[in-house]
Design a protein around this ligand. Structure first.
Ligand code: MD3
Ligand code: FE
Length: 216
């Protein structure tokens, strides 16, 4: 029985469990979209988006930058977290307080109180770009969840299991959606299918994804 004066009924509908430890919070960041996009702009002014090179020598189609104490980087030497932007030699821009607050609140909603990220990767997708199936395992402690925020054009996200060959599920991630990955799902394989062309009122022909992690 729903009580009209109890907002929890409506709130529950926005929590979609995706898997063990994985929670989709539909539209959780929507009210903060312009703030998030303005912050991405200033991060990119200090640390421009770039297409990094995988250890195998391929240029990634997704452009990336970082903020926070550590940033995720890849080059011929491997995947790792680095305290400095390899392109400028400068520390990454600070993690905006608004990002931290969003990550803490989302983690709390998903059942991970006390989450404090120190690394924030910002991905920029344009039509035709994709992120192939991978695991996030460059962090020191897999006991911490990962909070991901989607902005702009929608994308089809795919996630499987611990083995690369495990069957994959697909979920549409739209502007303002937040996903928290922790517990058993933390090491699941995942990726983003080729972005379809489109036009978003705030981002144009782009999708941004912000992932916040405790990396160090
Ligand atoms: C599932 N980014 O940057 S975020 C990445 O939309 C990355 O740009 C994607 O995968 C993007 O590494 C997806 C969602 C996500 C992040 C971490 C996960 C899903 C995850 C870790 C474990 C399982
Ligand atoms: Fe990932």
């Amino acid at each position: 029985m729903q009580d009209l004066f109890d907002p929890s009924g409506e709130k529950e509908a926005l929590h979609e469990p995706l898997d063990e430890g994985a929670m989709l919070l539909r539209g959780f960041a929507a009210a903060r979209d312009t703030m998030l996009l303005a912050a991405i702009d200033s991060i990119a002014t200090a640390a421009p988006f770039r297409r990094m090179i995988t250890p195998g020598g391929f240029e990634m189609s997704v452009a990336m930058t970082n903020c926070g104490t550590a940033g995720w980087v890849t080059d011929r030497k491997g995947y790792r977290y680095a305290r400095h932007d390899p392109d400028s030699g400068k520390p990454w821009p600070h993690l905006p307080k608004e990002f931290l607050d969003l990550a803490k609140a989302a983690a709390m909603e998903a059942g991970f109180p006390g989450f404090v990220p120190d690394a924030c990767l910002v991905n920029r997708y344009e039509p035709g770009t994709r992120l192939s199936l991978h695991q996030d395992r460059d962090e020191a402690d897999y006991g911490h969840p990962i909070v991901s925020v989607s902005l702009g054009l929608p994308a089809t996200f795919q996630f499987g299991g611990l083995k690369r060959s495990d069957p994959v599920k697909k979920v549409a991630l739209r502007h303002g959606d937040v996903v928290v990955w922790g517990g058993a799902s933390r090491l699941f394989h995942h990726g983003v299918l080729t972005l379809k062309d489109g036009e978003h009122p705030l981002t144009g022909r782009r999708r941004f994804n912000i992932t916040m992690r405790k990396a160090l």
